[in-house]
Design a protein around this ligand. Sequence first.
Ligand code: NAD
Length: 418
Amino acid sequence: MNKSVGEQAFKNVVKLINDVCDRMDIAEICRLKLGQCERELIVHFPVKMDDGGVKIFTGFRIVHSDTRGPGKGGIRYHPDVTLDEVRALAALMTLKTAVANVPYGGAKGAVICNPKVLSQNELERLTRRYAAEISILIGPESDIPAPDVGTNPQVMAWIMDTYSMGKGYSVPAVVTGKPIEIGGSVGRFEATGRSCMIGALLAAKRLGINIRGATIAVQGLGNVGAVTAKLLAREGCCVIAISDSKGGVYNPKGLDLNGLLAQKREEGSVIGFKDAETITNAELLELQCDILIPAAIEDQIVETNAGSVKARIIIEGANGPTTPEADRILIDKGILVVPDILANMGGVVVSYLEWVQDLQSFFWDEAQVNGYLQKIMTNAFAEVSGISQREKVDMRIAAYMLALHRLAVAMTMRGVFP
Ligand code: NAD
């Protein structure tokens, strides 16, 4: 994301927070505090490269709010990531953890780098040095990172190990999304896709759409997109289109999902898949379908294409895939948008369950983890849906209302130090 787009993303989140505060009788302290990030750390650090040279990388770790609990949020490795983009993502985490009603604040981190061109050894050295640099902020009681775009369980394992070396003992609860063998949770890998699936089922029920045979288009075949597609197919949906960064494939009669996932694994792309037409990412967003799931990156549904979206429901698997201008157009068209801070909360919910298991050193089975997620997601959807119908507002405004109410109550109770 370029600098000005990142800046706009943070301004957009703060503007929506202010607009929603205006609608409600929200304590002024809430608006003032949430308009800024509480802590922002910028680090410039050297990494030894495989060719014997040294390169300087820049990273960030930001806690937007810790009012309701420790900071919580992923770490992104991307060549275009900016400070303002990280601020925006951290603020979304504050809202998301409040909607989910888990005892966390919101945080996010990033390193400006292209992980696809780094060797595994370079990636490890970069991660360990970044972890050491941000260790003045992170910790099980203060700020708990997790994977995001460009990072994965292995990266979390290196962060956990680096932090633990500094302490002199193992601290698994310092990160979530770890491999299961070192304190990760069963169900974490699928959690975000699972909450998107639950959101899609509940949204379809609300509109009276039969999920069996409902047509689905998914943008992005990464962790979130692939799991959502698989789980919805298991519910009887017909997945008609899927894309990755190189483009998409479409078959109105349905795609062979297992074959497509195998091709993606072996060839790195969905392009050229048998029995399917090749389409662009832009065309995928405008397909005739029941449920559209943007599960790739920010700013995909914008003012210029929102009018052409034909889906009846949008489940925001990605963070921030819809711009505010596009949002208004979608709402006017009567499309039910399940916003990111509700739809994709599964990742942070099961991160919370992983952290709880680490802290108590007692681990649950998958049925228990999925059961908790089902309950938390169903409750959150019902609460947001209830506010949306009672206050006659869209689901995004309703989710912000729920989050801001919880944040304002907590801020008022805690008061201002000293
Ligand atoms: P990922 O890196 O596993 O997958 C991203 C996918 O998007 C890949 O298939 C990639 O090819 C595709 N993509 C990238 N650029 C694209 C473009 N311009 N057009 C179309 N497709 C493109 O990432 P992920 O973990 O699945 O995350 C996807 C989104 O979901 C991000 O916005 C992330 O912040 C959000 N999210 C992830 C989690 C999680 O637990 N992984 C939780 C909450 C939100």
